[in-house]
Ligand binder design. Structure first.
Ligand code: UFG
Length: 328
């Protein structure tokens, strides 16, 4: 039996492929390489193509004995989703519809879905749990919520079981140092801070220091990408064991401000890392911190790389070894 990983050549996808291979799973990857990198794959069988290409997907299902899917393939830039929502509905929502139709047609009944804390929008409670209100403040989060809901109705009608994993802020790199984070363009705080430490950027721009938080900058819950990868495998196991559909938050339950992240990065790298305060970025909630109690108790998930110093250290190791990312 094989696990099909869509978007497996992307950042979180490639770390999950690595974790699946480490436990001896047969892995098939579908990626259109719009964002993914071939070099991010440490193994597995790669099909380059798009979920929306029916004939292509038929051949993937026909040529492999797939029993479960981990679905990452999607666009995920909050800012871009606000100017090009159509791109997000087409790739994310329609792409997922195509995938679910093909799963149904080929008799595959288990899917683990890469969702996001952006489904909550501005939180009502901190930490956020899975029963809290979902009211996305950006088109990206809205499409991910639509994808979750679509899966629910494919369960009702066709018995396709899904586990949606709502991640908070993924960061860090694989302990081997061979794979890491390489987005083009890069918009995420941790890699941008490390690019500033490497001298690839003159400074880090801090988006707003007038939020209602202790130091005025936004607070986020940073989680190691390999701890996320482990959660996907636990979710596959749970579905293989016959569990019903469900939704889990994945975070460490501890918030760090933008200024605190920069301070820790200065300590880890030994570099000065100049910071410049700039206006707020639109759509940024002040505080996003997860309650992951449910994932801990039901999935048996236990994040092992939960110190922010260690998360940033692992990312730094990757950045120093790959100053130009995957294409050197
Ligand atoms: N930030 C800066 N300067 C930068 C980049 C980011 O100050 O150059 C700040 C942001 O304003 C935010 C924090 O750093 O306050 C974290 O920003 P990221 O872009 O790294 O992450 P986000 O919290 O915006 O978004 C991430 C994922 C989304 C996901 C969301 C859910 O990128 O896909 O977490 O929590 F939806």
């Amino acid at each position: 039996m094989a696990v099909l990983v869509t978007g497996g050549a992307g950042y979180i996808g490639s770390h999950t492929v690595a974790a699946l291979l480490e436990r001896g799973e047969e892995v098939v990857i579908v990626d259109n390489l719009q964002q993914g990198h071939k070099e991010a794959l440490l193994g597995g069988k790669l099909y380059v193509g798009d979920l929306r290409d029916a004939a292509f997907m038929d051949s993937v299902f026909q040529e492999n004995d797939i029993d479960a899917i981990i679905h990452f393939a999607a666009n995920s830039l909050v800012g871009e989703s606000m100017t090009q929502p159509g791109k997000y509905y087409h790739n994310n929502v329609y792409g997922t519809l195509c995938l679910l139709e093909k799963m149904n047609q080929h008799g595959v009944g288990k899917i683990v879905f890469s969702s996001t804390a952006a489904t909550y929008g501005e939180p009502e409670n901190v930490p956020i749990d899975e029963y809290d209100r979902t009211l996305p403040t950006n088109a990206y989060g809205e499409t991910k919520l639509s994808m979750e809901k679509m899966m629910k109705w494919f369960d009702v009608a066709h018995g396709i079981k899904s586990i949606s994993l709502r991640y908070f802020n993924a960061a860090g790199a694989h302990e081997s140092g061979r794979i890491g984070e390489d987005h083009r363009p890069e918009t995420h705080l941790v890699p941008i801070v490390l690019e500033a430490a490497l001298g690839k950027r003159p400074h880090i721009a801090v988006f707003g220091d007038d939020y209602d938080t202790a130091d005025g900058t936004c607070i986020r819950d940073y989680i190691h990408v390999s701890d996320l990868a482990d959660a996907h495998i636990l979710a596959v196991d749970r579905l293989r064991g016959g569990a019903d559909s469900s939704i889990y938050n994945l975070g460490n339950g501890k918030g760090f401000s933008v200024k605190e992240v920069i301070e820790i990065a200065r300590a880890v790298t030994g570099k000065e890392i100049p910071a410049v305060i700039q206006p707020r970025r639109s759509g940024d909630p002040a505080v996003l911190v997860a309650s992951s109690q449910r994932a801990r108790s039901e999935l048996g998930w236990n994040p092992r790389r939960d110190k922010l110093e260690d998360i940033i250290e692992s990312a730094w190791k990757w950045h120093v070894a790959h100053p130009n990312g995957y294409q050197e």
